[in-house]
Design a protein around this ligand. Structure first.
Ligand code: GDP
Ligand code: MG
Length: 819
């Protein structure tokens, strides 16, 4: 509990003190040291200050200050030890002197104090998640481009008898209020005040990575730097006296390689050492002030002078940090300072300093601060004899590969080729395991058919569960292959190049190159893709990216594509048709994005750096794990929403049941037939039959359900049983095709030969509709979550459906003219 929560007369033992370095130092100097017993002399609620007795004398603190001190109270400790006593021997109950009470308290406080909260902070792609996974054994996603980690993940590790709680934060280049991620990390550091920050650095990119370190130094957090990717710098033959560098920064630095765990023990050893404040006068552990030049420093001092009068501010922030942020024109900090009584003077000081900087250097103060920081880094590196080697340059390879892959002329064709190969392998190779699963499912169905008594349960199992889930689950191999490719491209670093190549094109759409990665991810699943838009700094680009994401054809749509493309088109055209769907989605995304950026969503674009991480050959383990993690989600969905939906769709088609009727007639008079018939007029311009309409309605939950519903609706139709003309050698979905053809035949009263092209057109338009309409409930919820408003979520739901209706209607009508 917090010290502030102790009541008058109660005692507690101090566990730890949170808050930034300056605050801790002050409190510790007052005698509030870990393990010490503190007694509350007077604590009136809402009344400052609170009086304490510590180490024999009286001290007063404010409530808010006491709230930053964690203690164990006598009551808490007693409860704990009673628990233990019940479990062990009841003997200890007799002991009740004051002295032992205090001992117990101290023991409890000591054991609690062995929990260290550590936050991982660093640029994107520097290895934070790798450390997190290595230390905690968690299986977080490790990717090779920015934006993989979008939320804070918590994991646990144990070292030297300490329990370490690790928080993996999103990657950031700085701590300005520029992107949602930077703000998020800043908030975490201030509001959740970790005991220790591990600043992970990509040592092969030292200069740029140290920029964030300088900002952390300003914040005055307790930290350890992990000089990660040390293997790469060694391979390249870089030289750096990291001990010297560490001394210059006043921060311990430990060389590490998180892919194999090298240095992790040392790193945690340092964490514990700092936590326990065993560092003494060692210059490797001290708070330094980075010199920002005369004018800026004067400004900082003037501003700090005012801030120091504000106790609340002083507790939460390092005043120096706030002053620097204010001079950087940080909007968030400005808002915070505006509420203070001295706001006017503070802003005057700021403007005065800024004006002087402008006069002298012709630069604004923000740039001046940045320059000063880089100057500091440059100087420190010089002193640490930093030199990049050329022995065996890992980047040389990267540069060479990049010359080809990002080349103006061949880059784009290579990209298209790779994407084409990806889909080709997915569909062509994926067909083999698909056949095996299919025959397995067929066998299962036959077995149930043979051994189970007739009745609704059997019908539900065969037509509902096997017909529904079975028709979707066969696509698992395809999905795994597709994910394997995406994971490989992500992990190897090619995805970032793809984004780079696409940057220009994305700008034409009014978007960022950075929007491209979420869009590609959208081919897998829209939900994580929407979350990954958090890396996009500009709010406008981010919003537009989220809105057009549903047009990216996700894996959930593949089952229905394969089902229909496989049965209506000759093998040699199949990949082409498939491509056309994906391309239509992309084309629509381009058009919609243009419309949105031009007419609806205003705002300016912020410039950004496009990261090109060095190529790495991803480990088989990593790629397989990422592939499997995604596959697992697919299976989960299968056992959940798709299973339920299949059974519901089956039940709606089975009831009310009439044994007399043949399957076709039975379905038409069932509930589902009624629902389908009711909405049928809406889809007249597309020529969809009621069965297709039902598929679309069911697909609102998740798009796989379109396929599983079709599986249920068409699998139990035996009206062709006597038709000798119909053979089954046209492929596994031959039945589906024949039924759609006969539906068209019946509708227009035309011959089979005439109906066939129309049926094919209908089927294609159906796919267009599935591609474009209402993404799925999970995606809409994700958009709501990310934009924070139902307005945009419902907008996405409505505009996609209208678009789907319009495009499929136009396609059908034009198609009819051409046939
Ligand atoms: P994050 O964005 O900071 O979370 O970085 P990740 O943990 O996702 O790592 C990015 C990439 O760097 C992955 O491909 C890792 O396998 C790789 N990586 C991480 N640490 C090291 C290291 O010490 N050496 C090398 N060579 N690669 C590393
Ligand atoms: Mg990460």
């Amino acid at each position: 509990m917090k010290l502030s929560e102790l009541k008058t007369g109660e005692t507690g033992v101090i566990v730890k003190i949170s808050g930034h370095g300056g605050f801790r130092k002050r409190i510790i100097e007052m005698g509030f040291i870990k393990g010490k017993v503190v007694e509350v002399l007077l604590n009136a609620p809402f009344k400052d200050p609170v009086k304490y007795k510590i180490m024999g004398y009286e001290v007063s603190l404010r409530h808010s200050e006491a709230a930053q001190i964690e203690v164990v109270s006598a009551a808490e400790a007693k409860a704990m030890s009673n628990d233990e006593a019940e479990n062990n021997e009841p003997l200890s109950k007799t002991v009740d002197s004051n002295d032992t009470d205090d001992k117990m308290l101290v023991a409890e406080a000591n054991s609690r104090a062995r929990v260290i909260n550590v936050a991982l902070v660093g640029n994107p792609n520097c290895g934070k998640t790798s450390l997190f996974n290595f230390a905690s054994g968690a299986h977080e996603r490790v990717g090779n481009y920015s934006g993989v980690t979008v939320d804070a993940k918590v994991g646990h590790a144990e070292y030297e008898g300490y329990k370490i709680n690790l928080v993996d934060l999103p990657g950031t280049y700085s701590l300005s209020a520029y992107s949602p991620e930077e703000l998020y990390v800043r908030k975490q550091l201030i509001e959740h005040t970790p005991d220790i920050v591990i600043n992970v650095i990509d040592t092969s990119n030292l200069e740029r990575n140290l920029y964030l370190t300088t900002q952390l130094v300003d914040m005055h957090v307790k930290m350890v730097v992990a000089l990660n990717m040390f293997d790469e710098t060694e391979r390249r033959g870089d030289n750096v006296d990291f001990d010297k560098l560490s001394e210059l920064f006043g921060v311990p630095m430990v060389p590490t390689v998180f892919t194999n765990g090298r240095g992790v023990e040392n790193l945690f050893h340092e964490v514990i050492k700092i936590y326990e404040m065993q560092e003494g006068d060692d210059p490797h552990y001290r708070h330094i002030h980075i010199n920002h030049g005369h004018e800026i420093e004067n400004g900082i001092a003037d501003i700090q002078h005012h801030l120091k009068n504000e106790n609340d501010v002083r507790q939460r922030y390092s005043t120096r940090y706030l002053a620097i942020k204010l001079l950087e024109n940080d909007k968030d900090v400005e808002k915070y300072i505006k509420q203070m009584p001295d706001a006017k003077e503070i802003f005057e000081h700021r403007d005065e300093a800024a004006a002087r900087v402008k006069e002298e250097t012709k630069e604004d103060s923000e740039t001046a601060i940045m320059d000063a920081k880089y100057g500091f880094i440059h100087g420190a590196l010089q002193e640490a004899q930093y030199a990049t080697g050329h022995d065996k340059d890992t980047y040389q390879m990267t540069h060479f590969i990049d010359r080809v892959l990002t080349n103006k002329i061949v880059g784009f064709p290579i990209f298209i080729l790779l994407i084409f190969i990806m889909f080709w392998v997915t569909f062509v190779l994926g067909a083999y395991p698909m056949d095996w699963i299919e025959s397995g499912i067929g066998l299962l169905g036959d077995m149930i058919g043979e051994y189970m008594p007739e009745g609704p349960v059997k019908a539900m199992l065969i037509d509902g569960v096997i017909g529904g889930v079975g028709s979707v689950i066969v696509f698992l191999p395809q999905i795994l292959i597709l994910y394997f490719f995406i994971s490989f491209m992500e992990d190897s670093g090619y995805m970032a190049r793809a984004a780079f190549i696409m940057d220009k094109a994305m700008h034409k759409m009014g978007l960022h190159g950075k929007s491209f990665i979420p869009l590609i991810m959208g081919f897998g699943c829209n939900v994580p893709a929407i979350m990954s838009t958090r890396t996009i700094e500009s709010r406008r680009s981010r919003l537009v990216t989220m809105l057009i994401l549903p047009l990216m054809s996700c894996e959930a749509r593949i089952p229905i594509y394969i089902m229909i493309v496989g049965s209506f088109f000759a093998v040699k055209y199949q990949s082409l048709v498939m491509m056309s769907l994906y391309l239509t989605g992309i084309l629509m995304a381009v058009i919609m994005s243009k419309i949105f950026t031009k007419f609806m969503i205003k705002g300016e674009d912020t410039p950004f750096v496009m990261e090109l991480p060095p190529y790495r050959f991803p480990t088989t383990k990593a790629v397989c794990r990422h592939t499997w993690e995604k596959g697992k989600q697919y299976l989960k969905k299968m056992g959940g929403i798709i299973l339920v939906a299949s059974i519901i769709v089956w039940a709606l088609g089975y009831f009310p049941h009439n044994e007399e009727l043949d399957t076709q007639a039975q379905q038409e008079q069932s509930y589902i037939g009624k629902i389908g018939k009711t909405v049928e007029p809406v889809f007249t311009p597309q020529g969809f039959s009621w069965k297709l309409d039902v598929g679309l309605i069911a697909g609102v939950g998740a798009k796989e359900i379109v396929a599983s519903t079709m599986g249920v609706l068409y699998s139990n139709d035996d009206s062709f049983a006597d038709d000798t003309e119909v053979s089954d050698d046209g492929g596994k979905y031959e039945k589906l095709r024949q039924q759609i053809v006969s539906e068209v035949q019946a509708k227009h009263g035309i011959s089979k030969a005439e109906a066939e092209p129309i049926a094919t057109l209908t089927a294609y338009c159906f796919l267009l509709f599935v591609l474009l309409y209402f993404p799925c409930i999970a995606t809409i919820a994700a958009i709501k979550g990310e934009t924070g408003s139902w307005r945009w979520a419902s907008f996405a739901a409505i505009y996609t459906t209208v678009l789907a209706w319009v495009v499929s209607a136009i396609a059908f009508q034009i198609g009819l003219l051409l046939i």
